[in-house]
Write a protein that binds this ligand. Structure first.
Ligand SMILES: Cc1cc2nc3c(=O)[nH]c(=O)nc-3n(C[C@H](O)[C@H](O)[C@H](O)COP(=O)(O)OP(=O)(O)OC[C@H]3O[C@@H](n4cnc5c(N)ncnc54)[C@H](O)[C@@H]3O)c2cc1C
Length: 449
């Protein structure tokens, strides 16, 4: 192992391992692979470029991922792992250059059994869900970026469709085991249980996920449920009531003000000028949800079935309404992540915190969460707004920074052993043991993206 990066040596080794088509030093490719979904943040966008890969590798199997990481470590070159690059905090940017390890070609679904699926890191979440359905099962959760990868979701994501019942990824029952590679030449390491938790949502800084086994549960007869309201307060009241009370529990419940709803892709279930409530409900819960909507003054616009309709509804949840809002109104809106009962109970005060603020709300296990969109302010004003939200009892997370900000001490301790030369995704660990952004953690162990 060398401490001086030997890029030429690495490129030669990678070309031997992967062939010409498995390695790129082409500038447009390196630029494309050096930025992620952080463009959702105008504050992060203004700081770009934050790093540029020297080389990009495309392993197409678990064994090749291990060989690529071992080669980078042997040549002293930093490694930033990448799935589909949809992470929205800049956590996939190669801040020290070096190698971007694109896992998206290593996407084999290794095995689907009763209650589990094992797949390579680059497997696409939507494909895992489709294959689970074909076996009469469903994933416990998947993100609204359903085209993203399993490794990226576990390392950079938090939750999504399914989180009302199963909570966030970290600390829950979703991850059964991982096969990871460290930056110490020890090859593939299999880990389970509590130890596997130490590799979740810390951006590959302690080890790179090569394969994962995640939990499945029996498939339910899901329906895509669309309702509309004249007054957004009633839509939020319906979200608050439907999320914890309908039986069986919903898989997703989202609600938006009219301006956010209007920015979403055209959909007969979303009416112009109205607040929108959308839910993925078990067919047995549709009548109960309908009663709640109508009692609160809303109208059920549509109830649809089929895998594609369920996926379509998932893909306009979580951060997607913010992304669509930004497309409809370029250079206007930023967002912060928020949560807790006061979010909805004090919504008018919450909306006063930033100019033009509008909440996109999501039902979640235990309490609502959301993304508060607002017109551009400076970074200082954004941070001051977080304090004002906290004073209202709203929990917050600053999505305009790229540091690991959950279980920092544990990640640091593990990384000291698994990455002694600091080659894994450099630049993502905060200098101090505490979060650098003043966040208090939107959820127990994850964020709301
Ligand atoms: C509009 C929008 C909506 C979103 N909605 C959601 C949502 O509903 N729920 C949610 O949780 N997130 C959401 N996200 C964030 C992100 O899209 C997801 O977390 C997604 O699953 C990340 O997967 P990816 O393949 O794109 O990972 P990437 O962005 O490529 O990587 C994410 C992080 O993990 C690291 N990484 C990638 N692969 C590996 C690996 N094999 N081993 C170790 N580290 C690795 C990367 O270095 C990076 O730090 C959203 C983002 C946007 C922009």
């Amino acid at each position: 192992m060398t401490t001086t990066p030997d890029l030429d040596g690495l490129v030669a080794t990678l070309t031997d391992l992967l062939g010409e088509r498995g390695v790129s030093v082409d500038l447009p490719t390196r630029e494309r692979q050096s930025v992620d979904g952080c463009k959702l943040s105008p504050i992060l966008s203004a700081k770009l470029p934050l790093g540029l890969a020297d080389v990009v590798a495309y392993p197409s199997s678990a064994d090749q991922i291990v060989a690529v990481v071992d080669a980078a470590v042997a040549h002293g070159v930093p490694v930033t792992p990448r799935g589909k690059g949809t992470g929205n905090y800049g956590q996939g940017i190669p801040m020290s250059g070096g190698l971007v390890l694109d896992t998206s070609r290593a996407r084999a679904v290794v095995e689907i059994g009763e209650g589990f699926v094992t797949a390579e890191a680059g497997a696409v979440m939507a494909i895992l869900e489709n294959q689970a359905w074909a076996s009469g099962q469903q994933l416990l959760m998947y993100p609204s970026t359903a085209q993203s990868t399993l490794g990226g979701f576990l390392s950079g994501g938090s939750g999504g469709t399914g989180s009302i019942v199963h909570g966030v990824i970290a600390g829950g029952e979703f991850v059964k085991s991982l096969d990871v590679v460290h930056a110490d030449g020890s090859g593939l390491v299999h880990i389970e249980g509590a130890e596997a938790q130490e590799y979740l949502h810390n951006y590959g800084t302690a080890g790179i996920i090569v394969r994962a086994t995640v939990a499945l549960e029996p498939l339910q007869p899901w329906r895509a449920f669309y309702a509309s309201f004249d007054d957004f307060h009633d839509a939020f009241a319906a979200l608050s009531e439907i999320t914890p009370t309908v039986n069986p529990a919903p898989r997703l419940v989202s609600a938006d003000l009219p301006t956010l709803a209007e920015a979403l892709p055209s959909n007969p279930g979303i009416l112009p000028g109205k607040a929108s409530l959308r839910a993925i409900l078990d067919e047995a819960a549709v009548a109960q949800a309908t009663e709640i909507v109508e009692r609160l003054g809303g109208t059920v616009v549509d109830v649809r079935e089929g895998a594609q309709e369920i996926m379509k509804l998932s893909m306009i949840s979580y951060n997607h309404p913010i992304e669509w809002l930004q497309r409809a109104h370029p250079d206007t809106y930023f967002h912060v992540e928020v949560g807790g009962a006061p979010l909805l109970e004090r919504i008018d005060e919450v909306h006063q915190v930033y100019p033009g603020a509008m909440l996109h709300a999501e039902g979640q296990k235990g309490r609502p969460i959301g993304m508060l969109a607002a017109e551009y302010v400076s970074e200082e004003e954004m941070l001051a707004g977080l304090e004002r939200l906290e004073a209202l009892g709203v929990t917050t997370h600053n999505p305009h920074q790229w540091y690991v900000d959950v279980r920092v001490a544990e990640t640091r301790a593990r990384k000291a052993v698994t990455d002694p030369s600091g080659l894994l995704n450099p630049g993502k660990m905060p200098e101090l043991e505490v979060a650098v952004d003043g966040s208090n953690g939107l959820m127990a162990s994850g964020k709301a993206s």
